[in-house]
Ligand binder design. Structure first.
Ligand code: AMP
Ligand code: GLY
Length: 424
């Protein structure tokens, strides 16, 4: 047994990784690789080298791309303990076609779908014609949450299939597409911590706002805001996800020889026929992580260490309070975000009681003597905690107003609907 603090290496540089580093640092020594200016400002070491060169007791891999690329396998081959699936399990996110195959085998309720590749445009159109009027076209491969079109127009769906299959829209990630029947209903993100041996801890459910604009209009993004708890979602739904989705999926993976240790993130839609699975992700949601972690009471580093070791034992408690995350985005996000715009007001916003600012896309600008500039699409996550969703929402918007950069934009309705229903 180690007498010292665990050293945890958080791999990644976004808002999710800032939230992870911030929370893990409560009970562990943390190093971030590469981290970001917000993590560094908390006094957490950030290292620019390769994760393989870092020495730590535990590696927590934030984003999907390195997981799909097999970073967890490379670290495990070096004898490191890793929270995050190998490339085999990460295929659940890396290929929507494969995910659908696993989910069907597991008997998880999900949208009807079929996959098509180059030269199968005619067959794709034929399948679109069998769908009842809401069409969904997805890139098979990774597209940072932006490869999904949901439309009522079969012509638009057909054009999108053509653009994706030709490689014009998403390059190789889109050369296969999954076409699905469109479902409608409220969305929910349920994150399960899995230890590869059947041990599962369901984290408090969260809700993301994926569309760019108010009223869920505009293109899909990586996520414009999130909230937790989700009104109306109780223990029965958590049990349903655990028993009818996560457990049978892990069984199918195990039958295929896949040892899945990490987060299995179930993206659900509440349909009139009951909850259906839209997608699996193989890591913490971003920005869901930013509202889920602050609500956990207990040793989160210890929890992830146990999962990575294959033996989840201790649990955690969930705080009764509410958390809202508001994403401040760059001009041009999601298509062509503008970088390099000076940011002011972060410290003032962070000084607001109950507010934490996580950095998602910022960079140090040496010429501005310690100042920061925007770097990428989602720039800052304003996270507020309060007794109710309504109070947390007000707090987040008040703090967000203190932050300025040219082209800054955010949704004005994050958590608005949920706050109306939340009765703490
Ligand atoms: P995914 O990456 O598969 O989660 O898709 C991103 C977003 O597209 C989801 O969060 C939903 O908002 C939407 N979406 C995905 N699949 C469907 C579907 N079958 N019906 C309606 N909307 C969907
Ligand atoms: N918030 C959606 C995602 O992390 O994929």
């Amino acid at each position: 047994m180690s007498l010292g603090l665990l050293t945890v290496c958080v791999v990644g540089s976004g808002g999710r990784e800032h939230a992870l580093a911030h929370t893990l640092a409560e009970t562990a020594a943390v190093v971030a690789c590469p981290g970001n200016p917000g993590i560094a400002a908390e006094g957490i070491e950030c290292t620019a080298g390769a994760p393989e060169e870092v020495v730590a007791d535990l590696f927590v891999i934030g984003p999907e791309v390195p997981l799909v690329d097999g970073l967890a396998d490379r670290l495990r081959a070096r004898g490191r303990l890793v929270f995050g699936p190998g490339a085999d399990g990460a295929r659940l996110e890396g290929s929507k076609e494969w995910m659908k195959e696993v989910v069907r085998e597991a008997g998880v309720p999900t949208a009807r779908s079929a996959a098509f590749g180059e030269g199968e445009e005619g067959a794709a159109l034929g399948f679109l014609r069998t769908l009842p009027g809401l069409y969904v076209v997805k890139t098979d491969g990774l597209a940072a949450g932006k490869g999904v079109l949901v439309t009522e127009s079969i012509d638009e769906a057909h054009d999108d299939v053509r653009a994706k299959l030709s490689g014009a829209a998403f390059g190789p990630a889109g050369r296969r597409v999954v076409i699905e029947e469109g479902l409608s209903g409220p969305e929910l993100s349920v994150l399960a911590v899995c230890d590869g041996n059947g041990g599962v801890a369901i984290l408090p459910p969260a809700q993301d706002h994926k569309r760019l604009g108010d009223g869920d209009r505009g293109p899909n993004t990586g996520g414009m805001g999130a909230l937790s708890p989700v009104p109306g979602v109780g223990r029965d739904l958590e049990t349903l996800v655990a028993e009818k989705m996560v457990a049978p999926t892990l069984d199918v993976l195990a039958r295929r020889g896949i040892d899945y240790r990490g987060v299995l993130y179930a993206g659900l839609m509440g349909t009139p026929e009951g909850p259906k699975l839209l997608e699996y992700n193989v890591r913490f949601g971003d920005p869901e992580c930013q509202v889920v972690l602050p609500r956990l009471q207990g040793d989160v580093a210890g929890l992830l260490h146990e999962a990575a070791s294959g033996h989840l034992r201790t649990g955690f408690r969930t705080e009764d309070d509410a958390c809202v995350c508001l994403v401040l985005a760059s001009e041009g996000y999601p298509e062509a975000p503008v970088s390099g715009r000076p940011i002011t007001g972060i410290d003032e916003a962070a000084a607001t009681d109950g507010v934490t600012i996580f950095h998602a896309g910022t960079a140090a600008a040496p010429e501005r003597r310690g100042g920061l500039v925007t770097r990428g699409g989602r720039v800052l996550d304003v996270v507020a905690r309060a007794a109710s969703l309504g109070a947390a929402r007000d707090l987040a918007y008040r703090a967000a107003a203190l932050i300025a950069f040219e082209g800054k934009h955010h949704r004005s309705d994050i958590a608005a609907e949920a706050a109306r229903w939340h009765k703490p």
